[in-house]
Design a protein around this ligand. Sequence first.
Ligand SMILES: *Cc1c(COP(=O)(O)O)cnc(C)c1O
Length: 415
Amino acid sequence: MSLANGRPYLAIPGPSVMPDRVLNAMHRAAPNIYTGELHEIVAGLVPDLKAVARTKGQVAIYIANGHGAWEAALANTHRPGDTALVLATGRFALGWGTVARSMGIETEIVDFGKRAPVDLDHLAEVLRADTGHRYHSVMLVQVDTASSVKNDVEGVRRVLDETGHPALLMVDCIACLGCDRFEMDAWGVDIMVAASQKGLMTPPGLGFVFFNDKAAAARAEVDRVSFYWDWLPRANPSEFYQYFAGTAPTHHIFALREALDMIAEEGLDQVWDRHATLARAVWAALEAWGQDGPVEMNIAGAALRSHAVTAVRIGAPHGSALRDWLTANTGVTLGIGLGMAEPGDPAWHGFFRIAHMGHVNAHMVLGALASIDAGLKALGIPHGRGALDAAAAVCAGPQAVSSGPIKRRIPMSAK
Ligand SMILES: *Cc1c(COP(=O)(O)O)cnc(C)c1O
């Protein structure tokens, strides 16, 4: 007997849950790539992607995962020998920096640790010290999927402006586009990279690079960009095949079309609100468990946490034990702790992450939390009580909090 039999919930921070509508949209014969519907669908994706990114700039679409989008963004704007300032707040900006170095770009890393966002005062000092404007770009993630910290992207732009630094502002929104509020144009972001498999609810395999006029000017200064990464033909194709530098990713396109329709139907602001509320439900449960025992959110300040994923410290071996127990006994699979300890180090087993990104709703999140509650009990891991009450209260909304004592329901038959 296993209570895991039933529909599984993969609650790892990417790939995320794919809606049945998205899955069904792919379940069809291959379309003609030379003419017809596919061309219209792709042309329609472009404005809808820009709407999700809140930009009037341009977008290039790649058949690639997030790493491909990272490389594409760099290839179009940097030359070997240029220097990028990498603002590390966990793992992913460091990863982007590694890609940069592999391309001959110098990186200077400012590491803010694994439990805090970019410190804007410190950033201002670093930028002021760069009197010769050696930094060609500033690279950061909006949300670091390993630490689950959310950076103040708008604040980083303000610091660049206040210090008069001309560096390109490059932001990785792979974890959180369509989950956490992001305003590319209003926040003055020059380049934003994203991918299909997280908030966009589509299989892994599409990468996006959004760029504004300043980034386009930087592209003009780069004399050689390889055929595949060049964003110029992709963003302004004169022939359909240029969108993807070859055969279009037909079924990913059908999937993404459906996913963007779902976001438009719900409304992007409502999508953000749903993520914010579900995240608060997760945090309410974690806070309650943490009242007694080892459960602790990686990021202490609620305002600094992502609405897409929450990283948790629970101490070894509880993290791995809990994850294994949940998969085997409840059908919920939590994310591993990433970048907090090295695999092989016993401490590696002391973390887990809960993804609440994309196609998730209250019953999924409450179910995942109840499953964790069961796992804590089954494994004898000490924990505070009341987590599920606290999470349910968040989902019940503010009106439920002030509703006073619960009135006894009178059965219809007694009336
Ligand atoms: C998932 C993720 C990546 C990597 O994306 P891949 O598709 O695995 O290459 C990069 N940055 C962030 C913030 C992510 O969440």
